[in-house]
Write a new protein. Structure first.
Length: 309
């Protein structure tokens, strides 16, 4: 039997034995797996063989590796955390330019090894990023080969424009209370006005900015005929709810084949409820103002009542 076959069977036998211990609850969910050296001694195996066995268990979802802490028997909550970590980290790299438009992602097995997660976690994370228009598959049919969307893709342009605005807000270039139009913002970040308008609208929807009118209409006296309305220019005011922290940069892989950070602390990209409520109240006030204008215009066009009537 060839040495390669013996090594393969050896690591599979170790993996199968550890699976049996997990099934039999000798190794409980969340329990720390024996150390690398302990496994080498227990099974009389080489370091490479033990490494392959643990990698197999990890790829199949039996264990999870936590950087600096060791390898643990998987729990259901581990998969949720791992999924979030992969999604947030890949998003961050695309926003920062570490993964440039059109870049092909490393293979699913390589990503699984890099993030120390099962392959199915990678598949689910990539699928979500495709649906959210960060990534695309190589072709229309289901494929495991995923790419960052191209530079001329409108969806990616919107994501990158929003990231550029967020960066300007964080570094103080666009402080809280700044009022600007889409044209102003586009000039500040170097994106098209249409893309920037979409990014500003997304920030407003998330409660991090609010819509205002740069040239609001003046109140019309009820006894006078309304004049032609002045054009209203939509603008945005940067709010104070943009509070999430920028995840720190991390290094690449040891072999340099995939320059992916080791981890990404989950960012706070959740929609701010108070900001959304303010936006809804503002829209209601705007609708009420428009109704009053319509009512005033209707009164101005009405027939004057005769004196003494």
């Amino acid at each position: 039997m060839a040495p390669a076959d013996e090594a393969r069977l050896a690591f599979e036998r170790i993996a199968d034995d550890l699976k049996q211990q997990i099934r039999g609850e000798k190794l409980q969910p969340g329990q720390l797996l024996p150390s690398h050296s302990q496994l080498m001694e227990a099974y009389g195996a080489s370091s490479l063989t033990v490494q392959k066995a643990v990698r197999l268990l990890r790829s199949e979802g039996w264990v999870m590796t936590r950087q600096g802490k060791g390898t643990f028997v998987s729990r259901s909550a581990d998969f949720e955390h791992a999924f979030e970590k992969v999604v947030k980290d890949l998003e961050r790299q695309i926003r920062s330019g570490s993964l440039a438009p059109g870049t092909k992602l490393p293979g699913r097995e390589a990503l699984a090894d890099h993030y120390a997660v099962p392959v199915r976690v990678i598949d689910t994370a990539v699928s979500l990023l495709v649906r959210n228009e960060w990534l695309r598959y190589e072709n229309e049919e289901h494929s495991h080969d995923a790419y960052v969307r191209d530079a001329d893709d409108p969806a990616l342009g919107r994501h990158l424009a929003q990231a550029a605005l967020v960066q300007k807000i964080r570094n103080g270039s666009l402080p809280k209370g700044t009022r600007l139009t889409a044209a102003d913002a586009a000039e500040a970040i170097g994106h098209s006005e249409e893309t920037t308008e979409q990014a500003l609208a997304a920030l407003a929807l998330e409660g991090h900015a609010r819509k205002v009118y740069k040239n609001p209409r003046k109140e019309i006296p009820s006894r006078t005929r309304p004049s032609e309305p002045q054009p209203e220019e939509l603008a945005y005011v940067i709010g104070e709810s943009l509070f999430w922290e920028e995840p720190p940069d991390a290094g690449g892989t040891d072999d340099g084949s995939a320059q992916l950070p080791q981890s990404a602390p989950p960012g706070s990209w959740d929609v701010d409820l108070a900001g959304k409520l303010d936006l809804i109240l503002e829209q209601m006030a705007d609708m009420r103002e428009r109704l009053e204008r319509l009512e005033q215009a209707s009164q101005g066009r009405g027939t004057k009542r005769p004196k003494g009537a």
